[in-house]
Design a protein around this ligand. Structure first.
Ligand code: URA
Length: 432
């Protein structure tokens, strides 16, 4: 087999065989096929697309390029959830303890943030002492005993994706549904859970620009899951404005704790209840979403979800005092209120720009090697649909440096306010 023929075939819009796809992934991981040839194939895939059979073969080849985690020694149905990434997305911190308190088994590997999106591991590490690196034996023991562990990646999971993603990033080939779907699904399948819930976000702060493309990506990933015998469902959710009010690591942990006390922002709570309802159905712990929702609300009312978070933090060597007293989480040197320069209704709160502004404060990374400052970030006081008066606060900025006039001006540009009434954004567009 010659790789140049595979490139030519895809360039002509023909479907690649399973053998050709395996040859591609094996050869690339073994450094036998050079980046310039793989770049050409990736670009051909971007233009010509792939059938579901091809995407499934690509996902399978990528999945088997590295370690596949074996969770079979954990009793019960192991659930997993993946968000395609957004601004202020602290869902795992609240949702996973909620479903674990309903007896779902959560053995979850999470990632770090890059660019305008945050990562669950960075958020968890704002809790003093919290260990994200457990051995496989410790991970399995913890999930068997308390039902939940949130850790960083163990072993070498999907090395093909690491190489391919780095190449896609510099060859303008990230934005292709077959490549995104195979990248996400290979990693989720390698993580070893029994069920997968995908939160596919669309809008300004997300990968997919609109709900139609998010639905196409979600349907593609569900089809891959089905073909590979994994119960896969998806939410389509709006990411035009940040999720909840807080953006920034410790600030998001505080918001997640408040949510577990029933005191969180309503849009974030709605996402947790919507996602949790599907997860409990998948885990066969509830007969329908209505029953699941009641179970999830009960974990907030009786404190069992918060107790589950506390238990996980204790097992992973974090300071539980910070869960009991969130005011002791890392705090920035300054808090600055930004007041509205106009009166009216909020029509837009631009997620991507706010994610970038939080990154400029130090909350996120520009490149993978950057450190993050756990204390800094933005807490919004107004969201889309809210009425705002002149001089009313739009947000509180938590910073370890004086805000520059440029930063403040850029912040004002993230709010679109006018005198016409605006409707609040409905977050979950669809459940597939
Ligand atoms: N997230 C991934 O893991 N892979 C992609 O290709 C895009 C988003």
């Amino acid at each position: 087999m010659r790789f140049v023929d595979i490139i030519e075939k895809k360039k002509q819009g023909e479907a690649l065989s399973e053998e050709e796809i395996q040859f591609f992934i094996r050869g690339y991981v073994a450094n036998e096929i050079p980046d310039y040839q793989v770049s050409a194939l990736l670009m051909a895939i971007c233009f010509q697309g792939m059938s579901i059979d091809e995407i499934t073969a690509l996902t399978t080849a990528m999945l088997h390029s590295g370690d596949v985690i074996d969770l079979s020694s954990i009793d019960g149905i192991k659930i997993d959830k993946h968000s395609t990434g957004g601004v202020g997305d602290k869902t795992s911190l609240s949702l996973m303890p909620m479903v674990a308190a309903c007896h779902a088994k959560v053995a979850k590997m999470s990632g770090r943030g890059l660019g305008h999106t945050g990562g669950t591991l960075d958020k968890l590490e704002s809790i003093s002492g919290f260990q994200i690196g457990l051995s496989e034996a410790e991970f399995i023991k913890q999930v068997n005993e308390i039902g939940i562990a949130l850790i960083g990646q163990t072993g070498e999971v999907v090395p093909a994706d690491k190489k391919l993603y780095a190449l896609r990033d510099v060859t303008a080939t990230v934005n292709s549904i077959p490549l995104i779907a195979s990248s996400i699904m290979s990693k989720k399948l390698a993580a070893g859970s029994d069920t997968i819930l995908l939160d596919v976000k669309y809008g300004e702060g997300a990968f997919m620009p609109d709900s139609a493309s998010a639905e196409e990506l979600a349907s593609t990933m569900i089809s891959i899951g089905k073909k590979l015998g994994k119960d896969t469902r998806a939410l389509i959710s709006n990411m035009n404005q940040p999720l909840g009010d807080a953006i920034g690591n410790a600030l998001e942990v505080k918001e997640a704790i408040a949510t577990l006390k029933g005191e969180g922002p309503s849009d974030f709570m709605e996402l947790c209840l919507g996602a949790g309802s599907v997860i409990l159905e998948q885990a066969k712990l509830a007969d329908n979403q209505e029953a699941a929702r009641a179970m999830l609300l009960k974990t907030i009312e009786d404190g069992s979800a918060l107790a589950k978070l506390r238990e996980m933090v204790e097992w992973q060597h974090g300071d539980v005092n910070q869960i009991d007293h969130p005011e002791t989480l890392p705090a920035a040197a300054m808090t600055i209120e930004i007041k509205s320069r106009e009166a009216g209704y909020v029509h837009d709160v631009k997620a991507l720009e706010l994610g970038n502004l939080a990154m400029r404060l130090g909350a996120g990374r520009m490149v993978k090697e950057d450190p993050v400052d756990p204390a800094v970030g933005i807490v919004l006081s107004k969201k889309v649909g809210d009425k705002v008066s002149l001089d009313e606060p739009l947000a509180v900025i938590h910073s370890n440096q004086t805000l520059t006039p440029d930063w403040i001006e850029d912040f004002y540009q993230t709010f679109v306010i006018n005198e016409k009434e605006a409707k609040p954004v409905s977050l979950i567009e669809k459940i597939l």
